[in-house]
Structure formats: C-alpha cells, structure tokens
Design a protein around this ligand. Structure first.
Ligand code: HMG
Ligand code: MG
Length: 298
C-alpha cells in the first residue's frame, strides 16, 4: 500500500525564486516564507548562501534570514561550500543542504568544479556543519537525464548519491533537474539505491514538471515507499545553470493528489493557493499550476 503520511519539503522560496527574472523585494520574500509556514508546510527551504554573482536573486539571503529571526533558524538553506556554511553559522541557522551533481558537465556549470572536486568541496563543509550540530541534507542533480550529457546511468547516480550520504548527510534528495524522468525510471532508481543499502526512508524525490510527469513520478515514489517530496508553491522554479529546467512540481498539485489518495500531508490547500496567487501578482505572471488556476481565480 501507500504510506499513510508524507512530508512535503517546500522549495518555492529557494528553487522557485532563484530562477525568477524579476528581483523580488526581501520583505515580499519574508512574507512568502511566513505564509508558507502558516499554510502548514512542515519544511520551508528559505534561500541559498551561494555566490551572489552566481545567483543574484538570492543575494539578500542574510537579510532575509535576519528578518525571519527565531522563525528562520530551523529553515534549511543551501550552502555549496565552507564560505556558505560560515554565512549560515553566523546567523545561527541549524539546517543546511549541499547540492551535488550526478554528472561531470553539470558539476562544472553549477559549481565550477569537476565531478570529483565537488566532493572535496563538500567534505569539510559537511564535517564542520555536523561538528557544529547542524543537520545536513544532500541534493543530487541530473538523476534522470542531463541536458548536455543525455541519459545518465542509474549506477552513476547511485555512486554520486552514496558518496554524498557517506559524507554525513541525513537525507538524499534525488533531483530530476530538467523534468525528463518517468515513473518506471523512478521505480528503478529507488530500487537501485535500496540494493546499495540506501533505504527509501533516507531518500526524498525532487521533481521538475517540464514534461508533465511529476505527479506520475510521485505515485511511483509512493509505491516504492519514499515519504519526502520536494515541491514549489505555485510551481515556481528551475535552475539558472540547467538548460531547459522549468518549474518544480507545484505544491498545490502534489497536495491535491495526496488528499485524493488519502495520504496525510498537513497542508491547508486554500491558504497555499491564496499565497501562490498573491506571489504570482508580485511576479507579474500566472502560476503554471493547474490546481492554482482551478482554485485561485487568478
Ligand atoms: P567559484 O567561483 O569557484 O568560487 O564558485 P571560489 O571558491 O573560487 O571563490 C571565489 C570567490 O567567491 C571568493 O571571493 C570566495 O570568498 C567567494 P574572493 O576571495 O575572490 O573575494 N565565495 C562566496 N561568496 C559568498 N558565498 C559563498 C561563496 N563561495 C565562494 N558561498 C561556487 C563556486 C560554488 C561558490 C559557485 O559556483 C556558486 O555559487 N554556485 C551556486 C550555483 C547555484 O546556486 N545553483 C542553483 C542551486 S542548485 C539547483 O537548483 C538544483 C536543485 O534544485 C536540485 C535539482 O533540481 O536538481 C538543488
Ligand atoms: Mg531543483
């Protein structure tokens, strides 16, 4: 059967806003994060401590976290390296996420490192984070296909993912960065991790909806026992360094599916839709989410 409950890991404020052309004022971001928490989302990734020249949209990371104050200390933030970790530690944050690549090309484009060099960058970052008592999540990108390299072998994804977990990450989020994955591929990938000793309880699934497969892929993940799903309010998102990446799976679409399946998630759909509709107004474009459009009236 399906899991009784799942955890939705909300990435709209990070994966969503990192890719928006419009610069969103920090006070709007703060309200966005607060509204996502108020809608019942249990985990709201807030921002990234990456190089501000690489992702100018999130250059206000420190200011955002300062404004959130005590309400922000348990929200995860992305850190690629020790410099990013230092910035998070200065603010007293407790949850960080590193983000690796399953492919050589994307490691270079996203991190300015070779495939092997990325681990050398992450190792001291995770060591120091754990020594300071922080929880570390690891993302691995291009798990289902890479815009430059094409098909990505499952063994290569498992090798990259287990290396990230072995550094000391508590959870591995498998990213379909460009949204090309399909359900059978999800089943095979989760099974390959299980065969390598990584159970579904240590995995999260991170789908982008480029090819409209995200919900179908979630169902494959549920059947395989995965209970954490990344999603983005209103379907915002995409990676600025991944050609052809579009929005993440919309949190509203995920919530609609889970409610229909009777899988508990704890999110108030009406307030989430209101939040995404409000954010769409700030961004000057309609949400791509079918559920937001059906329920939002905007
Ligand atoms: P680099 O240029 O190789 O950095 O970039 P460096 O280590 O050579 O340092 C150069 C300068 O940058 C130094 O300053 C550092 O201090 C500074 P200088 O001494 O010259 O004055 N610097 C920093 N400043 C602020 N914060 C930092 C930082 N690090 C170095 N953290 C780097 C390497 C990793 C920094 C760069 O490539 C980078 O910032 N990349 C981030 C790209 C990114 O954010 N991509 C989007 C997130 S990934 C994603 O969206 C996928 C995901 O959603 C899952 C999926 O869908 O697959 C997670
Ligand atoms: Mg992503």
């Amino acid at each position: 059967g399906l899991p009784a409950a799942v955890t939705i890991y909300e990435v709209g404020a990070r994966d969503g806003l990192q890719n928006e052309k419009a610069l969103v004022p920090v006070e709007v971001k703060e309200e966005f994060v607060r509204r996502l928490l108020a809608a019942g989302l249990p985990i709201v990734e807030a921002t990234s401590f990456v190089h501000p020249r690489w992702v100018p949209q999130l250059a206000d990371a420190a200011e955002l976290m300062t404004r959130l104050g005590p309400d922000g200390v348990d929200l995860p933030v992305l850190v690629p390296n020790e410099r990013g970790l230092d910035r998070a530690l200065e603010l007293g944050l407790r949850h960080v996420a590193i983000f690796g690549s399953a492919t050589e090309t994307f490691a270079r484009k996203n991190l300015n490192r070779s495939f092997d060099e990325q681990f050398a960058m992450f190792e001291p970052t995770v060591d120091r984070a754990r020594a300071a008592g922080l929880d570390v999540r690891a993302y691995v990108s291009m798990c289902f296909g890479d815009p430059w390299e094409g098909a990505v072998p499952i063994e290569q994804v498992v090798a990259a993912g287990t290396r990230l977990l072995d550094l000391g990450a508590s959870q591995l989020s498998l990213g379909d960065t460009i949204g090309v994955g399909t359900a059978g591929h999800v089943t095979a990938l989760v099974a390959a991790f299980a065969a390598a000793g990584v159970g579904a309880d240590r995995l999260a699934l991170h789908f982008h909806d480029t090819y409209g497969q995200a919900l179908s892929n979630v169902q494959a993940g549920l059947r395989a026992g995965v209970t954490t799903y990344d999603a983005s309010a209103g379907g915002l998102g995409g990676c600025p360094y991944a050609e052809s990446a579009t929005g993440n799976l919309a949190t509203e679409d995920l919530v609609w599916l889970l409610t229909g399946l009777g899988v508990e998630h704890g999110v108030d759909l009406a307030s989430l839709v209101a939040t995404s509709t409000w954010m769409a107004g700030h961004l000057g474009r309609e949400s791509p989410s079918a559920v937001v459009r059906a329920l939002g009236g905007a």
